[in-house]
Design a protein around this ligand. Structure first.
Ligand code: SF4
Length: 349
């Protein structure tokens, strides 16, 4: 089957070479050079400068942040562009929504020294950094007090001590923020420390960086990643097929060549990816790049994100439509995270 996608997107049979030359762009400079001013983003996208946004004081809590390469994938002159809507600090964020709280998934109650969150059997999550390359307005950690939890301090000593002390932990999950916003020196030191903990078998990274800043996936990153004795799993966060362009596809190929298994988790977002057509195109495009669709999350009910929510009934109808048109392995699991539950809750549909 050959499915052409809209807007100069890739077709199902577009491929990128497995051993392309890693980019030598200065990813840290590009990370720092992100768009942070709403007016600049509107001007770049040729959008109405009167589009309502949060005021300056609200933006101090969770500022605008968009890498220029990601903004380049947004359609000019379209205020409903699905990538733009994920990053635009709309005034709707200030509408209180009943049931939406600052710690939507109960992370704070589980937080241990060294930024370790141990919620699920056999796996422990490490809040490696508070930094992200992009600020997603629906983020469930948008109010997280990162200053108190950053694991990278003191050469990861506290984190490694916590993980070494519990031999039921087989998998370390690096999260944040976004772990790939950290330097390779820091990450390589952590990976080396994790390698030495005998009961660890797997290293998982939760990251959106390969999607929003694909030049970050360079030879230095791939080198420390491939040297780890642990099995590597990278859980990407892609919500819409327009997020994947040729540079992202090449970055994903480099990660696979470094020995990583690639999975994707998406968040179901109103007006952004809440149609069967979009979800099907996303699954097909991910798979064409060697990424398995894994989870489709119902929105975590975090304060400021109420306008993104899709109710579970609508989500169930969507899942039925998707599963009638895709092979089972391309249908992500519809889940919700419930604070205190021993695993993600699989939703019936
Ligand atoms: S990249 Fe992930 S952690 Fe960072 S703002 Fe987006 S959803 Fe939140």
């Amino acid at each position: 089957m050959h499915v052409k996608l809209r807007n100069n997107l890739l077709s199902m049979d577009d491929h990128f070479p497995l051993t392309d030359t890693p980019p030598h762009a200065d990813w840290q400079r590009n990370l720092a050079d992100a768009i942070t001013k709403p007016a600049e983003l509107l001007a770049l996208l040729e959008l109405d400068p009167d589009l309502p946004a949060l005021d300056g004081s609200a933006l101090r809590d969770f500022p605008l942040r968009v890498p220029r390469g990601f903004a380049a994938r947004m359609r000019r002159g379209d205020a409903r562009d699905p990538l733009f809507l994920q990053v635009w600090p709309a005034s709707a964020e200030q509408q209180p929504t009943p049931g939406f709280t600052r710690d939507a998934v109960g992370d704070l109650a589980k937080l241990k020294p060294g930024g370790v969150i141990h919620k699920y059997h056999g796996r422990a999550l490490v809040i490696a950094t508070g930094a992200c390359a992009v600020h997603c307005r629906y983020c469930f950690r948008r109010h997280f007090p990162y200053g108190e939890a950053i694991a990278a301090r003191g050469q990861w000593r506290e984190t490694l001590t916590q993980l070494a002390a519990d031999d039921s932990i087989e998998e370390a999950i690096l999260s944040g923020g976004d772990p790939l916003a950290l330097s390779d020196d820091k990450l390589a030191a952590l990976a080396a420390g994790l390698d030495k903990i005998p009961h660890l078998r797997r290293l998982r990274l939760h990251t959106r960086v390969p999607v929003v800043l694909p030049e970050r996936v360079d030879s230095v990153l791939c080198s420390w990643l491939s040297q780890s004795r642990l099995q590597k799993i990278i859980v990407l966060h892609v919500n819409h097929p327009n997020e994947i362009d040729a540079a992202v596809g090449a970055a994903l190929n480099r990660l696979r060549a470094a020995g990583a298994t690639l999975l994707n988790q998406a968040v179901l977002l109103r007006g952004i990816n809440d149609t069967a057509g979009t979800q099907i195109a996303l699954s097909e495009k991910l798979f064409a790049q060697g990424v398995m669709p894994y989870y489709l999350h119902l929105l975590d009910r975090v304060e400021g994100a109420g306008h993104f929510e899709v109710d579970s009934l609508t989500a169930g109808n969507l899942m039925r439509e998707i599963s009638a048109r895709l092979p089972g392995y391309l249908v992500p699991r519809l889940v919700r995270e419930i604070a205190g539950a021993p695993a993600k809750t699989l939703l019936p549909w």
